[in-house]
Design a protein around this ligand. Structure first.
Ligand code: SPD
Length: 342
């Protein structure tokens, strides 16, 4: 009798599991624009009987500001490398339970154990890429090879810069021959002045640069590799270059915030993303690299080894990871505020 009662309770729970009786559970994803496609979202919704809501941000700092302001509804976030370290330090991330993520084994060791989460206790890699310059080769000639082109007055009002303080200050630092992660006040000041001098030439600061390129609003954009690649689908004359002075490389990760309302569902979603056939859909949509080698079997030939995704060795050697500058962050914040206020 007692067992039958227990069974009835379990059946009712299965029926009414969710945020309220009769309601489907909702997974809230907070990520970069153009990062979670409808087919990935709908595939999960259908299989798990839940709804997935996707909200977007334009920079890691926007994500951090929102979390520090107490945003509590998000189950999944996708910070980049250095922001993972910052979020761990701020105690804002939930440790992942690997028992619930058996597909973790599908990830290439090349993308694991990185400096920002050496044991992958809090993060799994989603995609990887670089920052560089996308340009319309039908208009911009000769092909640029240096950050200098983004200070060339002939392109006044015809290019955009990322609306991302670490990336944009980073581009100026690299142009000046400095590290992306400098903690030298004079170098930050020089980068700030460079960007203030550039400002009258800039059409827009925008992280979703592919939209401007596709619309033909700009002929050049400081932009991330996958977004440049996406723009080529509409404008095949778009090319992408990593300037000779060097640039940034990144891994965008998937994490669960400490405040996530649906942790178990979030781990199921992470496990789902790591299925090779689903992971291939991430690359097919975002045009960023996959961290799951077996996903390549599900990708068309041109996405398996594309030059926008896999730069040659000598270019790779010129790339730097963004890192958490600790207390020095305030100088990056201040420089960015001054640039944007001009
Ligand atoms: N549209 C997707 C953009 C993803 C960019 N990743 C950001 C890396 C920042 N260092």
């Amino acid at each position: 009798m007692h067992n039958r009662y227990l069974l009835l309770v379990l059946i009712l729970l299965t029926f009414f599991i969710g945020d309220g009786v009769g309601q489907k559970q909702q997974l809230n994803v907070f990520t970069w624009a153009g990062y979670v496609s409808d087919d990935i979202r709908e595939g999960f919704e259908k299989e798990f009987g839940v709804t997935v809501l996707v909200d977007t941000y334009a920079s890691n700092e926007d994500l951090l500001t929102k979390l520090l302001a107490g945003a509590t509804g998000y189950d999944i976030i996708m910070p980049s490398d250095y922001m993972v370290s910052i979020l761990i330090k701020q105690n804002l991330l939930e440790a992942l339970n690997r028992d619930n993520i058996p597909n973790f084994q599908n990830i290439s060791p090349l993308f694991l154990g990185k400096y920002f989460d050496t044991e992958n206790q809090y993060s799994i890699p989603y995609t990887f890429g670089t920052a560089g310059i996308a340009y319309d080769s039908a208009v911009v000639s000769p092909a640029p090879d240096s950050w200098a082109v983004l200070w060339d007055a002939q392109y006044k009002n015809q290019f955009s810069m990322l609306d991302d303080q670490r990336e944009t200050i980073g581009a100026a630092l690299k142009f000046l021959g400095y590290s992306l992660n400098t903690t030298d006040l004079e170098e930050i000041k020089a980068a700030k002045e460079k960007l203030i001098a550039q400002k009258p030439l800039v059409k827009q600061y925008k992280s979703e640069a592919e939209e401007l390129l596709i619309a033909g609003d700009v002929v050049m954009a400081h932009c991330w590799s996958g977004d440049a690649f996406r723009a080529t689908e509409t404008r095949p004359t778009i090319q992408y270059v990593i300037p000779k002075e060097g640039s940034s490389q990144f891994i965008d990760a998937v994490c669960i915030p400490k405040s996530a309302p649906h942790k178990a569902l979030a781990e199921q979603f992470i496990n789902y993303l790591l299925r090779p056939e689903v992971n291939a859909k991430i690359t097919a949509f975002t045009k960023y690299g996959t961290c799951v080698p077996t996903a390549k079997e599900f990708l068309p030939e041109h996405l398996r080894e594309h030059k926008f995704i896999y730069p040659p060795k000598e270019v790779l050697e010129s790339l730097e990871w963004l890192r958490d500058p600790g207390d020095f962050t305030r100088h990056y914040d201040r420089a960015w505020e001054e640039i944007k206020a001009k």
